[in-house]
Ligand binder design. Structure first.
Ligand code: ZN
Length: 254
């Protein structure tokens, strides 16, 4: 067969495969209608979320807290409602594919220039990472890298802290984790995590990056829970609307 004949044959096969794929998708949609990844409600076949959850993820970003060592710590959404359910679905229902939805929400609303540096995932506590089998912060950083073409460098590691048995939860959470740089660190780093809670982990990561030679350090998280230790008191910034949000921790380590 000529080259042209081969090419035409290929195109016909592709069309046939496409029609077969569409047929399978149609049959599958009848058997298992598409569901929203957050609320489980009906969604369009090609979209991960229903319109209502999609709207909820287009909400206002909370004001950036001050975290020592971090030049700007920015979160796409408050940790509540659909944003909170999305984090829970990724972390605890292991719906890792939804990290792409979180990354999309960040890219859509991030201030210009925030995602210009090298993405550095916040390292998980070793035991937690082993138990879970995947790392939500790394999944989010990978999804962000895929959307922005930003480089990604997993250059931080975390060690298990001292035994925490017998200590109050608040005291345990106030302890910054032990973080160190492994290998080269970027000059212009963007720390990535799913949820910002006390800021202790981001602060520890920033110290490790700075000690290893990093210059500018930004941090980006999908959601921000409650009030960050050391940030202005709620009464001092009534304009936020999220100041009174209860301190709600998805994960003891963040
Ligand atoms: Zn939904």
């Amino acid at each position: 067969m000529s080259r042209r004949g081969l090419a035409r044959g290929g195109a016909i096969r592709e069309r046939a495969a496409g029609a077969l794929g569409a047929g399978i998708a149609w049959t599958w949609a009848l058997l298992a209608p598409p569901r929203c990844g957050i609320c489980g409600g009906p969604s369009a076949p090609t979209l991960p979320l229903c319109p209502s959850c999609e709207r909820a993820l287009a909400g206002r970003s909370p004001p950036p807290p001050r975290i020592p060592g971090v030049d700007l710590a920015w979160s796409a959404l408050p940790y509540e409602g659909a944003a909170r359910r999305l984090v829970v679905a990724i972390k605890f229902a292991r719906r890792v594919g939804l990290a792409a939805v979180a990354a999309e929400a960040i890219v859509r609303s991030a201030p210009p220039g925030l995602l210009g540096g090298t993405l550095v995932p916040v390292p998980p506590a070793p035991l937690r990472s082993r138990l879970r089998g995947f790392d939500p912060a790394e999944e989010l950083a990978l999804a962000l890298a895929a959307r922005t073409s930003a480089p990604l460098l997993a250059c931080l590691a975390r060690r298990e802290g001292p035994r925490q048995v017998g200590r109050a939860r608040a005291a345990r959470l106030a302890d910054p984790p032990r973080v160190r740089a492994i290998g080269r660190v970027p000059d212009d780093a963007v720390l990535v995590d799913d949820v910002l809670t006390t800021g202790a982990t981001l602060g520890a990561c920033a110290r490790a990056l700075r000690a290893a030679g990093a210059g500018r350090i930004f941090a980006v998280t999908f959601a921000r829970a409650g009030r960050v230790a050391g940030a202005p008191a709620p009464a001092a910034r009534p304009e936020t609307g999220h100041a009174a949000a209860r301190l709600d921790r998805p994960d003891a380590g963040a």
